[in-house]
Design a protein. Structure first.
Length: 191
């Protein structure tokens, strides 16, 4: 194996995620002082960390002068790739945490074919609170509800209590979500 390759690998092990995030902070802020303020470090510490990172990598990331810092071509390439990597790493950590707590996956549900805006509002809240869960939702006529849940096509169904007489209560958990308001409409001609 090539000695240069081994040396390059050793240098990369010395670079930490915090160094890469610091580099992106410097790029975003445009100078070491503001980047230091953003990450709670002094300007001199930021400058030292960036210089150390450049030595480890073997190339310069910035051209420095008294008034500004400018990305080198290598720095521009690093910026493009690191923005995606750090976003993906943060997303990976959040996804792993959600998986650890059991808050990921998909939920298949269906609803009786009727306009229930309260249910739609409830589902909107569920989606807002759990964006990592994929929800598959269908609206079906009463005749198809039992078939859908008994064949495991759906995980749960929303129905009116009088429409689910085919569903054996001892096989499923039934939760009453809301009382259905019962109203009567009478035409004025008949009163």
């Amino acid at each position: 194996m090539d000695d240069n390759y081994i040396d390059e690998k050793k240098r990369l092990y010395n670079i930490q995620l915090a160094d890469l995030e610091l580099f992106l902070a410097v790029v975003e802020c445009g100078n070491f002082t503001r980047a230091g303020e953003k990450v709670f470090m002094t300007q001199s510490w930021v400058s030292k960390r960036i210089s150390r990172m450049e030595r480890e990598l073997g190339f310069r990331l910035f051209i420095r002068n008294n008034r500004e810092i400018i990305l080198t071509p290598a720095g521009m390439v690093m910026k493009q790739h690191l923005e995606n990597i750090t976003t993906n790493m943060h997303h990976a950590i959040q996804s792993a945490l959600a998986a650890q707590t059991g808050a990921t996956g998909s939920l298949r549900m269906c609803c009786l074919l009727w306009r229930n805006y309260s249910l739609i509002k409830l589902l909107g809240s569920l989606i807002d609170l759990n964006p990592q869960i994929i929800i598959d939702f269908e609206i079906l006529p009463p005749s198809e509800l039992y078939t859908c849940i008994s064949t495991n096509k759906f995980d749960l169904i929303f129905a009116l209590s009088y429409t689910n007489s085919k569903i054996p209560a001892h096989e499923y958990e039934i939760v009453e979500l809301m009382e259905l308001p019962l109203v009567v409409y009478l035409h004025w001609l008949y009163i």
